[in-house]
Ligand binder design. Structure first.
Ligand SMILES: Cc1cc2nc3c(=O)[nH]c(=O)nc-3n(C[C@H](O)[C@H](O)[C@H](O)COP(=O)(O)OP(=O)(O)OC[C@H]3O[C@@H](n4cnc5c(N)ncnc54)[C@H](O)[C@@H]3O)c2cc1C
Length: 392
């Protein structure tokens, strides 16, 4: 366990799944970590999520997101097992694949396209007609005309995972500062850094000094990781504008006893995730700022799409309705890596629709960077400097 009599080696801002997973990985490598969380760990987007681990359903083409997602999925079984062992909480990691269904001709054409590039990339996806889809999922409506089976996709119980990670990190010696937010990051100015370096190495870069809390306290640290989800760009003192924007997702759950679906079904208007005794229906995609509440219009659109694909859900008891804010970025890719303008400042944010999936690989990457190792994955596509004016 890290020595906690001195200042932390690293401060992480935000205890969503990204901050928690990263804290845990760092602690396991012997780094002394403090996590600053203004609310309760795991209660923001992480709590609202669906827990799908879906590299193939999410990727629109081969590229850096697919690479990163596959690297995440590869790690998941071991990650889920290690979290369970460390916390005693089963995070319900399961496989089973996903069925993407088409109802209109245009949707079927899109499925064919998706099938083509995924097969060409070597994935064993399966295209089938509506009858075959109903053989596999008897509750699907007669309106379903085709489906694509993605065998790789898995899922995890994200709320349990966040609880388990919180417990595991605390047991690993991570210190939590809860209930007071970070106002920002304190850095030496670039000019100071240059003066200090006179006669030795001159540096045009600023240096991280720590995290300033909302009540004015400074937690001194030479390394800081910004993992504040949709709120990451609101922190003071960052050397750049961080273009992270909230994208609201509304969700609901209906009771299904006995079970109605065997596996996750993705329809054109919603996805349906079978869990013990219930099906989760999600999710809207709305750019409405920080309004994180569900609305009648959102819930209506989800129920409409769900009942169109699985008519039996029309009479199921409605259990719960909620919403959360995905941390979106202009190119839908996360922001991972060091800030080139400030030594000791790192980002792990902007995970948009895939933060639950990407948590273990993000944790590995950030732990490598912070401890001076070279991450095994190419990070150029994810650097914060890609948004700089004039960047290619
Ligand atoms: C409806 C919905 C469905 C989703 N489904 C899936 C899915 O099926 N699979 C998947 O992989 N992903 C899914 N996602 C995306 C996933 O939930 C997010 O990408 C992920 O949770 C982001 O994690 P995070 O830790 O960055 O952010 P969050 O979970 O939002 O955590 C950020 C934390 O930072 C804290 N914070 C913010 N500002 C400060 C501050 N100044 N000081 C201190 N603390 C601060 C917040 O209180 C919060 O606890 C879904 C998201 C939504 C909303």
């Amino acid at each position: 366990m890290p020595d906690r009599t001195t200042a932390p080696d690293v401060v992480i801002i935000g205890a969503g799944i990204i901050g928690l997973a990263t804290a845990w990985e760092l602690a396991r490598r012997g780094v002394a970590v403090t996590v600053v969380e203004r609310g309760t760990p795991g209660q923001a987007a992480t709590w609202a999520a669906g827990g799908m681990l879906a590299p193939l359903a999410e990727a629109r083409r081969p590229g850096p997101l697919l690479e990163l997602s596959l690297a995440a999925l590869e790690r998941y079984a071991a990650f889920a097992e290690a979290v369970r062992d460390a916390s005693g909480i089963d995070v319900e990691y399961t496989g089973g694949g996903k069925l993407v269904v088409a109802i209109s001709e245009a949707e079927e054409a899109k499925l064919r396209e998706q099938c083509e590039w995924q097969r060409a990339s070597g994935f064993a996806v399966e295209l089938m007609d509506g009858d075959e889809a109903r053989r596999r999922e008897p509750a699907l409506s007669l309106a379903v005309r085709a489906a694509l089976f993605l065998p790789l996709d898995c899922q995890v119980e994200n709320r349990r995972l966040a609880q388990a990670l919180w417990l595991a990190t605390a047991r690993a010696g991570v210190e939590f500062r809860l209930g007071v937010g970070a106002a920002g990051v304190r850095t030496s100015s670039a000019a100071d850094a240059g003066r200090r370096g006179r006669g030795a190495r001159r540096s045009p870069r600023a240096r991280v000094l720590g995290v300033v809390l909302a009540d004015g306290e400074l937690i001194a640290a030479e390394r800081v990781i910004v993992a504040a989800g949709s709120w990451s760009g609101q922190l003071d003192g960052l050397p750049r504008d961080l273009p992270v924007e909230p994208v609201r997702g509304q969700m609901l759950a209906v009771e299904t006893i006995p079970p109605v679906l065997r596996r996750v079904v993705l329809t054109p208007g919603c996805y349906l995730i079978p869990r013990a005794g219930r099906v989760i229906v999600g999710a809207t995609m709305e750019r409405v700022g920080f309004r994180s509440y569900p609305t009648p219009a959102g819930v209506h659109s989800l129920l409409d799409a769900a009942v169109q694909a699985v008519p039996a859900l029309a009479q199921a008891p409605l259990l719960e309705v909620w919403a959360g804010l995905r941390p979106g970025t202009p190119d839908d890719l996360p922001i991972l890596g060091p800030d080139p303008a400030a030594d000791g400042l790192f980002y792990a944010t902007g995970h948009f629709r895939n933060g639950v999936l990407l948590a273990p690989v993000t944790a590995d990457i950030l732990a490598d960077l912070v401890t001076g190792e070279t991450p095994e994955l190419e990070l150029a596509a994810f650097g914060p400097e890609r948004f700089d004016e004039g960047a290619a």
